[in-house]
Design a protein around this ligand. Structure first.
Ligand code: UD1
Length: 369
């Protein structure tokens, strides 16, 4: 069996790593009559900076991509089109049995469309999540990918329900759990010894960890200014650490906003995976608009406020430590959260570190039948 695995942007890397781990394990335990799995890693190059891409490969021990499409940044249409144009000849040449895509970024959708037109089977890991907000580019990517994919690996029961409501046949859906948690569990020892707390002078449960990069929060001067005001307020009581995504940094520059640094309010360059996990585990509060951080905070039971009107990961709110917030109630919600308990919520079922293995087993079964 030949599998191409696609990764393109920062939140993809911790999702492909466990799948490669499962392939390596399978190949090392082969019986006499079984054939090994041949795998290729295609990096689309959607993210390309060292601190948005390479650092994750190093820290997660992911092998070097076999092929890098080098598409870089552009508008959604141009970026997706470049990925499609570059990916099609690879599929023609390699003729994979399966293409595995993860998450909800433009690379996920673009490669799925290519395969659907070529009759190549696609498996989507992290299928079925829906925010029901089509102003989010990721929601469009999720809907298109799930409509076209042949095998849908879901992280939680709500995702199965979303797919069934969209008329996706049940036989395509496999509830396998949250693959990102595989990487988290595996990386914990290294995360805990990353040294990031000492580096920034932070005390356990004594700081707020902030990441914000969604267009809806950072592409408007008014929202970005309101965020900065709120952070200034929080930093009067507790240290705040904010690794700034390149999109957010670009918007600071474009609006001529010069975030005011202080001893308690630090804006730093994007950080790697281990350091981010360590901050999430130790923060008193996470304030974010990232999908992944909502889940990682839930795993650590660290209180999390998500600055969005909705989430495609409702289980993090229903079972986990995540709450939605908005610019009008942000300061109140932060205050309330800081007055509450240090650890909240529960870890959802199947967030157990074995999702990569379960996904590969289902893929092998489907290929045999
Ligand atoms: C993308 C994903 C989003 C994910 C996020 C994580 C889509 C539609 N969005 O959004 O779901 O949460 O990645 O980061 O796929 N840039 C750099 N260096 C890089 C990459 C980007 O400087 O390595 C800058 C460029 O100015 C670029 C901007 O960041 O224009 C945005 O990058 P892009 O990949 O278009 O979208 P993200 O906002 O990162």
């Amino acid at each position: 069996m030949k599998i191409i695995v696609v990764a393109g942007a920062r939140p993809n890397f911790m999702k492909v790593s466990p799948f490669f781990g499962a392939i390596t394990r399978y190949n090392s335990q082969l019986g006499l009559n079984s054939e090994s799995i041949e795998s290729l890693l295609v990096h689309t190059g959607q993210h390309y900076d060292d601190n948005m891409s390479d650092v994750f490969f190093r820290e997660l021990g992911i092998r070097r991509p076999d092929i890098n499409l080098g598409v870089g940044s552009a508008s959604h249409a141009v970026q997706s089109a470049r990925i499609m144009i570059a990916f099609e000849p690879i599929c023609e040449k390699e003729k994979p049995d399966w293409v595995v895509v993860v998450g909800d970024v433009n690379s996920t959708m673009a490669c799925t469309i290519v395969c659907a037109k070529m009759g190549i089977k696609v498996a989507h890991i992290e299928a079925g999540l829906r925010s029901y907000d089509r102003t989010m580019p990721e929601e469009i990517n999720r809907i298109v990918t799930d409509a076209l994919a042949d095998m849908l690996f879901t992280p939680s029961e709500d995702a199965d329900q979303n797919l069934l409501h969209e008329g996706i046949p049940e036989k395509k859906i496999r509830l396998v759990g949250n693959i990102m948690i595989d990487s988290l569990v595996e990386s914990l020892p290294k995360a805990r010894s990353s040294g990031v707390m000492a580096e920034y002078g932070l005390a356990p449960k004594g700081f707020v960890y902030v990441t914000l990069h969604r267009p809806s929060n950072v592409d408007y001067r008014s929202s970005l200014t309101a965020v900065l005001d709120a952070l200034g307020y929080v930093a009067k009581r507790l240290p705040v650490i904010f690794p700034v995504h390149p999109r957010t940094r670009r918007m600071f520059d474009e609006f001529g906003l010069k975030p005011k640094e202080s001893l308690l309010l630090k804006f730093v360059a994007p950080i790697g995976y281990h350091r981010s996990l360590c901050l999430t585990e130790n923060a008193r509060l996470v304030l974010t608009d990232s999908g992944g951080l909502q889940e990682e905070a839930t795993y650590f039971r660290t209180p999390c406020l998500t600055l969005r009107p909705n989430t495609e990961r409702p289980i993090t709110v229903i079972m986990g430590s995540n709450r939605l917030t908005n610019l009008d109630s942000l300061i109140q919600d932060i205050d309330r959260s800081l007055r509450g308990p240090e650890r909240v919520g529960q870890v959802p079922p199947l967030w157990d570190g074995r999702t990569g293995i379960r996904s590969l087993e289902h893929l092998l079964q489907a290929s045999r039948s």
